[in-house]
Design a protein around this ligand. Sequence first.
Ligand SMILES: [Zn+2]
Length: 320
Amino acid sequence: MRRVVITGVVFLYFIPVLNSWGFYGHQHINQYAVFLLPPEMMVLFKPHLDHITEHAVDPDKRRYAIKEEAPRHYIDMDHYGTFPFDSLPRKWKEAIDRFSEDSLNAHGIVPWWIQVMLGRLTNAFRDKNVSHILQYAAELGHYLADAHVPLHTSSNHNGQFTDQKGIHGFWESRIPELLAEKKWDLVSGKAQYISDPLQFTWKLILESAKAVDSVLRFEKELSFSFPADQRYSYESRKGIILKQYSSAYAMAYNEKLNGMVERRMRASIHAVASFWYTAWINAGQPDLSSLKHKNITKEEENEMNELNRSWKANGSIKDH
Ligand SMILES: [Zn+2]
């Protein structure tokens, strides 16, 4: 009799708590955002679409190497009471005065880190530094996209407190991977100037925080009504059994969420393009057409790597 030996089962969507939107989502958000830009910016961004897309995930890669990196991707709003979390001052300096920098870092700083990255991108436009423009644009896109994900605004970020481990990647990776390209309309409107980026950021953070309850509750309800043996699918890759939420379960969850994932992804794309546009306007609308043929040289790439190292040493938000 043949015996099937299962050496290990890996749950695909168990780990991505460190992945945010998954590589798929982040890369598509940055890619689509380029097409919302005005021609004066498109002239530089489109020829470098690959860079903007590939480097959308650099901040997640850095999380493993740099301890200061992790809090830049989330904020546990539930730590500050209930909606609309008035106990937390929206301005960094006032928030430090009330809670201390250590405590803020312990619960995530994404809304403020977005402003740091916007400042860096604005300076890069002023300096007409192509490699910095592309890199900061790609990374700003990452943090903005993270802030649009409801579970990035909750301490229960992977359903670990409610017996829903894996829900993080389920919402932000599995569903977009199944539906984004085939079913969703993600590009709408043009980039818009944002006169108050901090206020804009807080608005989207609060939208995310408000949606946390539905994200968790709908999956919980579905888990009771959906046949347990059809909730996961298994596939074998190189001797390892990969377990993931089945597409039927993902479709049912998406239905219950009534388009939420698509709406948040579309809002991310629009926000990313609008922040890039705002940085360019605030830098005095530099002429980018003269930069379009400038490729990133080996030296500039080394400089970017050096930059990453220096972030490790000087990564504190207070420096900016
Ligand atoms: Zn992230």
